[in-house]
Design a binder for this molecule. Structure first.
Ligand code: ZN
Ligand code: ZN
Length: 413
């Protein structure tokens, strides 16, 4: 890959924004970074930015497409249930001791599309189970963390299949830079302004204290009850260790915790979802008392059905998020096949684990107390897009009064 495909100055700035705005790495703090090998040039810039900010130690955990495929091609039955528990224990210990966490997103969206969905699901379950002790520091928001993206060749080729590789990478890089507010001369100030805007949206929704949201659109008539004491949040937020970070670069969403028992109706996805190296498209599900009771997809249905049967909470909602159709990511018109981008181009819901920070005082509540308020628990958290220019949303007050929240995909208030 020629180096000229990605603007080196902007890439360096993206690494700085990821560390300063995304993670907000503190002087003397350790940092654990997960990254595909295909993002190595960016990983190196992240390391430099982290040490410049005073990192004590920066550790990288790399994964590689060919090595991941080797398990499927040559692995024994036992290999499908194997995961490095010892490594995740160390990961958890790092986070327990206040290391910050960063993920670099650059995966090939179709890496595993030829593999048997049963095998893909088994490998994923083994990994999620092993990772659980570490990931709880993320879902509890104990430490500052963030995800940023790098335009790797396999990803760029999926997004722009008709372009030569170099051009595809350049185009995806430009889209990532624009969405991550790197084009701006002062990205840190641009992020501060953007965070303030997302905060004012959250403030309004928190003042309204809706009992439920009602989504209507083509194939969609869905009532999403909200958890008791739910809290809307978006943009930057303080983690339990007191450091305010931006968990996603980019981000355009405000989101909260639905009530795991109070979701009813039908919903149709509006964008394909890249999940576990497979594209899932045309999802249509029906919820009854919070649980999916009917499900189909026009593409990747087997993977989707496996996913929602991962555990009891995998067929219930753990997140509902609002994103206007005019969001800059949506306006690029690009389908990224990457949830970090596509979920920030449309309203979405997530099946699986809820976020404790989306419940009032959630940091101080036990798992049981969160469940009692309607917060869902699961080994998975998978977002998929249900928003478009055709979606209307009403907030339903406790007395049943509807209040327009979105009309034709845009904020209505
Ligand atoms: Zn979300
Ligand atoms: Zn999510």
């Amino acid at each position: 890959m020629p180096k000229s495909a990605i603007d080196p100055i902007k890439l360096e700035r993206l690494a700085e924004v990821a560390i300063e705005v995304g993670v907000n790495l503190q002087e003397g703090q350790n940092l654990i970074v997960t990254s595909p090998m295909s993002a190595l040039p960016f990983a190196r810039l992240v390391a430099a930015a982290a040490y410049k900010k005073g990192a004590r130690d920066v550790t990288f955990l790399f994964n590689d497409d060919e090595i991941a495929l080797a398990r499927y091609r040559h692995g024994s039955e036992a290999a499908l249930d194997g995961a490095p528990e010892w490594l995740f224990k160390g990961f958890a210990e790092g986070l327990e001791n206040n290391a910050a966490r960063m993920a670099i997103s650059a995966a090939n969206p179709t890496l595993l599309s030829e593999q048997d969905p049963d095998k893909v699901s088994r490998v994923n379950r083994a990994n999620l189970a092993a990772a659980k002790p570490a990931m709880k520091y993320i879902s509890n928001f104990d430490i500052n963390w963030s995800i940023a993206a790098y335009p790797s060749a396999p990803w760029a080729k999926q997004v722009f299949p008709d372009l030569p590789e170099e051009e595809a990478i350049e185009k995806l890089a430009d889209a990532i830079f624009a969405a991550s507010r790197i084009d701006n001369n002062d990205p840190v100030a641009a992020w501060a302004k953007h965070n303030a805007e997302l905060q004012s949206r959250s403030d309004w929704l928190n003042e309204m204290r809706f009992d439920a949201l009602h989504f209507t659109g083509p194939g969609t008539d869905l009532t999403v009850g909200l958890a008791d004491d739910h809290l809307w949040t978006g943009g930057s937020a303080p983690s339990k260790n007191g450091v305010t970070c931006n968990p996603n670069i980019p981000t355009e969403e405000v989101f909260t915790t639905p009530h795991a028992q109070r979701v009813n109706g039908v919903v149709r996805s509006t964008k394909p979802l890249a999940h576990l190296g497979t594209i899932i498209d045309g999802i249509e599900v029906r919820f009854e008392d919070g649980k999916i009771v009917e499900a189909k997809a026009t593409k990747g249905e087997a993977v989707f059905l496996k996913m929602i049967s991962s555990d009891e909470g995998a067929s219930r909602l753990g997140e509902v998020a609002l994103v206007p159709h005019s969001s800059p990511i949506s306006q690029t018109g690009i389908l990224f096949y990457n949830t970090l981008f596509d979920e920030n181009a449309a309203c979405h819901i997530a099946l699986g684990q809820c976020y404790a920070e989306c419940i009032v005082d959630g940091h101080h509540l036990s798992k049981e107390q969160i469940v009692e308020k309607g917060g869902n628990q699961s080994i998975i958290h998978v977002d998929w897009m249900i928003g478009s220019a055709e979606i209307d949303i009403d907030g339903i007050k406790h007395d049943g009064t509807p209040v327009p929240v979105f009309r034709k995909g845009e904020w209505a208030h």
